[in-house]
Design a protein around this ligand. Structure first.
Ligand code: PLP
Length: 470
């Protein structure tokens, strides 16, 4: 009897050692990669399935509707409205996507070990794109369709500069111009981003500003004058910068259109190329996420990664799938909205009134380092899912998100963007919870970008000088 137990124990030790030193292939894998010819050739349009959550997408309304055909090319307007489930990606665009796609799906074992969690943590990393984030997935598409419809340029707003640099990159690749209104506080906090945009041929000005700070005369706007009359040291906000860019697009100093980096249906649809790739990557290793975390500025990164999985939930195939939108505690549109209903997408009111969770279009957020999460509203498609209970949201303070970023850089080596640190915070909290309960959950993180030009926030955090900014 005693001998039998000893043999059993020895066998168990051998089995564990074998597993540790010669684990099965799927256990060994760190990077799940797709071959280039597996890049999805159509985007997924959730509008075809959204009604299954029990609610329809409320239609935009108000005087701003008249501006839409004046600031968007016909092809993108039709993508905004289509109910087709799959929208084909033109081959010329596929050729551009192949520069950095498919992106890897990583298994974060070192982070798991650090957290002593039985959960398996995966992240789909969009920082491998040349501008370093998910933004080029829609930027190249928007630049491409503008060029195809005969326009010579695009104009936009940018917060932290990720969207602006994505669009300048996209415009350069399809051979059109790009004018960017960059939120003033970020323009001075992140000079590296401005240089990136200018290197891709963009013209960048702080928003709001006036000459001589506004260096290009044809980019002077009435909107900026109004904002500066309110406060000569106005820090700027995405709401004001959007108004500036739309005014510029309406004035058309040359044939150009407005381009938005998030919120709109077609933008979220372009980003689904990421989630569709991730779906195939999970199939390769026979896994499926139990919970998905993505940070949300206007919702495009998170929805792009989550929508192909949410389709399974809407179809009743994965009723227990949890999806969590992660936002900044100082800009809590989803967790503490001022109201849920119709609001304009910009401060002046050039855009239509869109149905969303909002902090009010005149909201000027705290100067957090995650500039891309400082928007007052949220993508209506995501708001419908949250409102109907299909989706969750969590908010995190600035100090906790930089601690998550520090843990990630010390374990996996990724120096991630402050925006992206929000979804890592959610994932780390969940993995720690699993460590307590023993649950072997599969946690997916929608990793939207690197933080190489956002190091000032890390610097303040590491020196203990970071403001909490609740
Ligand atoms: C790295 C990164 N992640 C996420 C976001 C949030 O935007 P969205 O919700 O549209 O993905 C931004 C916005 O600038 C960003 O730069």
């Amino acid at each position: 009897m005693e001998l039998g137990r000893k043999v059993e124990r020895v066998q168990k030790v051998f089995k564990e050692a074998k597993k540790k030193f010669n684990p099965p292939r799927e256990e060994r894998m760190i990077k799940v990669e797709l071959p280039e010819d597996e890049i999805p050739t159509s985007w997924y349009n959730i509008q075809a399935d959204l009604h299954k959550c029990g609610m329809k997408l409320p239609f935009p309304t108000g005087p701003g509707m008249a501006n839409l055909p004046l600031i968007f090319p016909p092809s993108l307007l039709s993508q905004e409205l289509t109910k087709d489930r799959w929208v084909k990606i033109p081959e010329e665009l596929m050729e551009i996507y192949r520069i950095w796609r498919p992106t890897p799906l990583y298994r974060c074992k070192r982070l798991e070990e650090y957290l002593k969690t039985p959960a398996r943590i995966y992240c789909k990393s969009e920082y491998v794109s040349p501008p370093g984030s998910h933004k080029p997935n829609t930027a190249v598409a928007q630049a491409y369709f503008n060029m195809k419809d005969g326009f010579e340029g695009v104009t936009t707003e940018t917060g932290a500069g990720q969207w602006g640099s994505g669009l300048c990159f996209g415009a350069a690749l399809v051979g059109i111009k790009c004018d960017v209104f960059m939120v003033r506080v970020s323009y001075y906090q992140k000079p590296g981003r401005r240089v990136m945009m200018e290197s891709w041929g963009g013209r960048v000005v702080p928003s709001p500003s006036a000459p001589p700070e506004r260096i290009y005369e044809d980019m002077v706007t009435e909107t900026a004058k109004k904002a500066l009359a309110e406060d000569p040291n106005h820090p700027g906000s995405l709401g004001w910068a959007i108004s500036e860019a739309i005014e510029h697009a309406l004035k058309k100093p040359y044939p150009l259109n407005y381009s938005l980096g998030s919120v709109l249906n077609h933008v979220l649809m372009h980003q689904t190329i990421v989630g569709l790739e991730a779906y195939k990557q999970y199939e390769l290793i026979d896994e499926y996420p139990d919970i998905i975390f993505g940070c949300t500025g206007g919702g495009s990164n998170h929805c792009g990664q989550a929508f192909p999985f949410i389709k399974d939930k809407l179809d009743g195939k994965k009723p227990d799938l949890r999806i969590v939108a992660c936002e900044a505690l100082s800009c809590p549109r989803l967790t503490r909205p001022k109201y849920i209903g119709y609001d304009t997408g910009d401060t002046i009111g050039y855009t239509p009134h869109i149905w969303m969770h909002s902090l009010g279009c005149d909201f000027v957020p705290a100067k957090i380092h995650a500039g891309g999460l400082r928007y007052h509203g949220m993508a209506p498609l995501l708001c419908v899912l949250i409102y109907s209970g299909y989706h969750e949201a969590q908010a995190f303070p600035q100090t906790e998100i930089f601690e998550a970023g520090r843990i990630l850089s010390m374990t996996e080596g990724f120096l991630t963007a402050p925006e992206t640190c929000h979804c890592w915070t959610g994932a780390i909290r969940e993995a720690r919870r699993c460590a307590e309960t023993g649950e072997e959950k599969v946690i997916h993180v929608a990793d939207s970008g690197h933080g190489w030009v956002d190091v000032r926030g890390y610097d303040e955090y590491l020196k203990g000088k970071l403001e909490v900014l609740l």
